[in-house]
Design a protein around this ligand. Structure first.
Ligand SMILES: Nc1ncnc2c1ncn2[C@@H]1O[C@H](COP(=O)(O)OP(=O)(O)O)[C@@H](O)[C@H]1O
Ligand SMILES: [Mg+2]
Length: 230
């Protein structure tokens, strides 16, 4: 459903993604691993249109999105849970959730998101900046679901979370996958990625340097040490 075809992405003169290609199939969870600064967020930004690639193509459900503005890309069914969450601090939980709502038959609604994240329901009138890190991450995921995407891009959703919330995010990813959602999951947490993905790519200095099943990656000590430092 998503094809990233040989993309090259720059920030001004800085040449970051140097020919990245990958596919996310219907209902798959594809992991992107790699150390800090290797281009993971830039890949997400390239797909969602914040930093369009200068060369190469992004194709989603048969339609080329490469140079479309982000709002159009979201409208076509791609949503992003940004690194650092970026929720609206002065809007309350309900307002944060409904601001980007895009209705879909049988799709996500405010009630369904509150059912998925009961702690958010309890805090529905709290402003975004009065939530804990874990609650903010739930809010960020819930807000993306409210756009009713068929592809979700998640940029380090477990970053900085206490173990109990890491587990909660994992359970949500599992539920979303069971419901048929396709996910591109960027992670630095190897254990987490191994558990929840169908296939993994490792990015190093803007290039994919390893691609395999989670099981094969887990067995490959040399690659893990070289590119992930574990
Ligand atoms: N807005 C920007 N302008 C210039 N360089 C940037 C910008 N954002 C990121 N970079 C650089 O691009 C490279 C990749 O960054 P990023 O995609 O954020 O990596 P990751 O998400 O893997 O940590 C890094 O060298 C970073 O310093
Ligand atoms: Mg990043």
């Amino acid at each position: 459903m998503l094809t990233v075809e040989n993309i090259h992405t720059y920030y001004g003169d800085s040449y970051i993604l140097q020919g990245v290609s990958l596919e996310v199939g219907e209902g798959q969870v594809i992991g992107i691993l790699g150390r800090n600064g290797m281009g993971k967020t830039t890949l997400v930004r390239s797909v969602i249109g914040f930093t369009p690639p200068r060369l190469g193509r992004v194709i989603f459900q048969g339609v080329e999105l490469t140079h479309r503005p982000p709002f159009e890309i979201v409208r076509s069914g791609v949503s992003v849970v940004t690194q650092g969450r970026e929720i609206f601090p002065s809007l309350n939980v309900t307002e944060n959730l409904t601001v980007g709502f895009r209705a879909k038959a049988e799709g996500w609604t405010l009630d369904k998101v509150y059912e998925l994240f009961p702690p958010l329901k309890e805090r529905e009138r709290h402003p975004g900046n009065r939530l804990s890190g874990g609650e903010q991450q739930m809010l960020s995921i819930g807000r993306s679901l409210m756009t009713n995407p068929s592809l979700l891009l998640m940029d380090e959703p477990t970053e900085g979370l206490a173990p109990i919330f890491v587990k909660a995010v994992g359970e949500v990813i599992q539920k979303l996958q069971d419901s048929g959602m396709s996910i591109l999951l960027v992670e630095q947490n190897l254990r987490f990625a191994l558990k929840y993905t169908d296939y993994i790519h490792i990015l190093s200095r803007g290039k994919i340097v390893h691609s395999s099943s989670p099981k094969e990656l887990d067995a490959n000590q040399e690659i893990k040490l070289k590119y992930l430092g574990v």
